[in-house]
Design a protein around this ligand. Structure first.
Ligand SMILES: [Zn+2]
Length: 484
């Protein structure tokens, strides 16, 4: 076997044939390895040749840099080649024969990171190379190894999940086929992502998850497994860090992920706080929210002035064929029993008042001195650091574990409380921030529940005063709005 004592002028040859990431990562990894080898041999790297995403078995494609490298060997510009594996350099037997002739004539050395010296200057070496070349034709093993290495690298970096079905909002790119195929990349699927953005926005405006689910299913939007949306599914989607490009472990965000974000990190934080807050509220009330669709957006807000506490008026079918009405409960239920107002009339009036109101509301100052969020965020950051410290103390074992556990729990509940407060402020902020023109255009298409959530965010209650003659004409003076 021929070895060289002199410092060679080396060209690094890089090629990756199945780089579906469409980035330079594959060759970068190879290059690192090759440069290390050159340094170890004391060789000087003169050139780097790169053929990326080109299949050596596809004759229609020309390996441009490979041809350039052969030209440089011929010209004496380089006298050594380093590659990652022999199958990077040649795979077609014809290519190998061409290379053998060239390097023999030009006294060129070939080394690879994985198999060492590729000796094409002796009969035994050439036989070996030809056998390797033949093996390379059935190169599935090497290919699998390269893929495995890439996958392992990604998994170690925590960059992808290797299981689970495709997440909604993303197109999933696989390596290979069938049940053992590997996930390479999650890309944004714009068709689905626009729904994710819409739902996130609406949830933050205060629309209920049930309303979003009903709306999604009415529009026949399918989940990523081609099913109908459920409350749990919607909640899992909107509470997930995934849609904000964040990596999670056991539902805790542990860092940035490689996949792109559909919503902002800030939106994610608000959604998380809001959804966990809702879950706790539901638990406290012991109330099971039911999925019945809301029919009238003003329901719950319309009150009769017959009593001091402004008793809630209930929807009721029309008594005079003029359509449904809000009616004060009967005397036995604490109401006056007599007062009604037509839902249709009231809704039309309220829409006008709502838009007028939204238009006159001035946008909030960038730096609102009353904004409690910066202070809350600072507290949360401090508490989160403390939780981290406590967990380290747990590892030290100097303090009783139970004591530390208790301290962590107290801190965690403080953090949750602060996040809820921040989210509450955020909701009001955003609602006043809406684009009124846009809202006007879309209003007709809003489901009742979405209209309701908007009304609730700006209106405390709608008071209904007694009817005055003429009774058959709608008198808007009967309606008094208490804005928030
Ligand atoms: Zn009443």
């Amino acid at each position: 076997m021929k070895t060289s004592a002199r410092a060679r002028r080396v060209g690094i040859y890089l090629r990756i044939s199945d780089d579906r990431l469409k980035d330079e990562k594959g060759v970068k990894r190879q290059e690192e390895d090759c440069r290390l080898l050159a340094a170890r041999l004391g060789w000087r790297v003169i050139e780097v040749y790169i053929d990326n995403d080109v299949s050596a078995t596809d004759r229609r494609k020309v390996r441009k840099d490979y041809r350039r490298m052969l030209g440089d060997i011929e010209a004496g510009h380089i006298d050594a080649v380093i590659a990652w594996h022999p199958d990077r350099v040649y795979r077609q037997p014809a290519e190998l024969e061409e290379l053998i002739l060239l390097i023999e004539r030009k006294d060129t050395e070939i080394r690879t990171c994985l198999t060492g010296i590729v000796d094409l200057n002796t009969p035994a070496g050439r036989l070996n190379a030809r056998m390797l070349g033949a093996v390379a034709k059935y190169e599935t093993e090497h290919r699998a190894e390269r893929v495995k290495r890439k996958i392992q690298e990604l998994v170690e970096a925590g960059e992808i999940h290797n299981s689970g079905h495709r997440p909604f909002g993303y197109e999933r790119i696989y390596e290979g086929e069938g049940p053992r195929r590997k996930i390479i990349e999650d890309r944004i699927d714009e068709d689905e992502a626009k729904y994710v953005r819409d739902w996130a926005k609406r949830a933050l405006e205060g629309e209920s998850l049930y309303s979003l689910v009903t709306d999604a299913n009415t529009k026949k939007i399918k989940t990523s497994t081609n099913g109908a949306w459920s409350y749990q599914g919607m909640k899992a989607l909107l509470a997930s860090g995934r849609i904000a490009g964040l990596k999670e472990h056991k539902r805790q965000v542990v860092g940035k992920a490689v996949w792109p974000a559909i919503i902002s990190e800030e939106q994610h934080k608000d959604l998380r706080a809001l959804l966990s807050d809702r879950a706790e509220q539901a638990k406290e009330n012991g109330a099971q929210r039911n999925a019945t669709a809301i029919k009238y957006p003003l329901s719950g807000l319309v009150r009769c002035t017959c009593d001091e506490d402004h008793i809630r008026m209930r929807t009721s079918p029309s008594s005079n064929r003029k359509g449904p009405v809000y009616r004060c409960p009967p005397k036995g239920d604490g109401g006056c029993g007599g007062r009604t107002i037509r839902i249709d009339d009231l809704e039309r009036l309220m829409e006008k008042l709502l838009f007028a109101r939204l238009e006159e509301v001035e946008p909030l100052d960038e730096a609102d001195p009353d904004d409690p969020r910066p202070a809350l965020e600072a507290k949360v950051a401090k508490w989160e650091r403390r939780v981290g410290e406590l967990k380290e103390e747990l590892l030290d074992g100097d303090r009783p574990a139970r004591e530390i556990q208790e301290a962590v729990e107290v801190l965690n509940s403080r953090i949750a409380q602060a996040q809820r407060e921040a989210a509450q402020y955020g909701v009001r902020d955003r609602v006043l921030d809406i684009d009124v023109e846009q809202l006007r255009k879309e209003w007709e298409d809003y489901p009742a529940a979405r209209k309701q959530s908007l009304y609730r965010s700006v209106i405390e209650k709608v008071l209904v005063h007694p009817a005055m003659p003429p009774r058959n004409v709608f008198n808007r003076a009967r309606v008094e709005v208490r804005w928030r």
